[in-house]
Design a protein around this ligand. Structure first.
Ligand SMILES: [Zn+2]
Length: 376
């Protein structure tokens, strides 16, 4: 959607910059002074022929008149998305701005003024992070065939109960129409995938994960099988708890179970999301959660789980056991002003045995919510 009022404001300021009154400008363009006034107040838009004339008079592009600062033009063989990143990247070591160094599509590098440098490797900007050792899923991603098999794996049915969470999330995204979305701890992008295919406005999606390997395959997948011409895809292999992005640089932080997959860094991840979201923006995310810590069903599950894992893991789970209300309090404490939740499904009924029934995916009994945390 074109913001007519912003376009009008830009036309007025460009006209003044060139030193024309409304009357003079109307004569040059062969239109009535009323037409100029209507465009500049946002009541209507000039037609395409007039826009072309204006772009010559203002010595700028039609896109710049329509989109202002949001419009970024590719330069030479450097894709638009890399020039866009140049505006928002920050060195994760020293927090100075990162600047694109080599304007060449085959050898792209960003560097801060202290000399920390990061390269684009296989289409992924690499901040030298590595996946968590021992994460089983990464073993099947040694090659693209393994990646594709994982993409088509139907998944654990316990995670597919309840209402359609992709639809719940889409309602929020469609309303916000974010231009820049960050997908936190994206993994294979199974959550954002269902949103990407519906986006029908110009948008940039920044996929963030610690694993360079998974992003490398994502880059192939989303540029071939699931390409959406409206969407620029950017891949950052970095620590979600120390994002290489400036404050207030994205409209939305999306996460499909990503925060909790950051394990010990979960809260840091939410805090980083808060930092990089623009004041008008929000984080939209799914999270597995205990429904109510006081509820006997929840208590039974927690007891069974804790008795099934080792001491160290039990300590971690005890921290993880926040219920929905406690989670919202946590988000408020981080700074998010408005926090809402939609239940996708509730907890499974606890079994009447002494043993925890699952050997892996230990959270599959938990409830699932879509949360929206807004900065303002
Ligand atoms: Zn630096």
């Amino acid at each position: 959607m074109i913001d007519k009022v912003s376009v009008g404001t830009r036309i007025a300021s460009l006209r003044k910059r060139e030193g024309y009154s409304q009357a003079e400008f109307s004569e040059i363009l062969h239109v009535s002074p009323q037409a100029i006034s209507k465009w500049e107040t946002g009541a209507s838009l000039p037609d395409i022929g007039i826009l072309l004339d204006m772009s010559w008079i203002f010595k700028t592009s039609i896109n710049s008149i329509l989109e202002g600062d949001a419009y970024i033009e590719g330069a030479g063989d450097v894709e638009r998305k890399y020039i866009f990143l140049n505006k928002i990247l920050m060195c994760p070591q020293c927090r100075h701005g990162l600047k694109l160094q080599k304007m060449h599509a085959q050898n792209m590098m960003y560097q801060c003024d202290l000399g920390h440098a990061y390269s684009v490797i296989d289409g992924v900007l690499d901040f030298n992070t590595r996946e968590i050792p021992g994460e089983l899923w990464s073993l099947s991603l040694r090659n693209y065939d393994g990646y594709l098999q994982m993409q088509h794996w139907p998944g654990n049915p316990n995670y597919r109960r309840g209402r359609n969470q992709a639809d719940v999330i889409w309602k929020i995204i469609e309303k916000e129409r974010p231009k820049v979305i960050l997908d936190m701890a994206c993994g294979m992008g199974l959550g954002i995938q269902k949103q990407i295919e519906r986006i029908n406005w110009p948008a940039t999606i920044i996929m963030v994960d610690v694993s360079h390997r998974i992003l490398k395959w994502n880059q192939v997948f989303y540029s071939t099988e699931r390409r959406n011409p409206f969407v620029d895809m950017v891949y950052l292999a970095c620590d979600g708890a120390n994002l290489p992005l400036m404050d207030n640089s994205v409209d939305m932080v999306f996460s499909y179970g990503g925060y909790e997959s950051m394990q010990d860094k979960m809260i840091e991840g939410v805090r980083e999301a808060y930092r990089v979201i623009k004041p008008t923006g929000c984080s939209v995310y799914t999270k597995s959660i205990v429904e109510n810590l006081q509820d006997p069903n929840s208590q039974r599950w927690m007891h069974l789980l804790l008795s099934a894992v080792g001491e160290e893991e039990a300590q971690w789970w005890k921290k993880e056991f926040l219920d929905e209300q406690q989670w919202m309090d946590t988000c408020r404490a981080i700074g998010f002003k408005n926090n809402t939740s939609t239940k996708i499904y509730g907890e499974l009924p606890a079994p009447d045995t002494d043993t925890f029934p699952f050997e892996n995916e230990m959270a599959q009994w938990m409830a699932e919510y879509v949360f929206v945390s807004s900065k303002e």
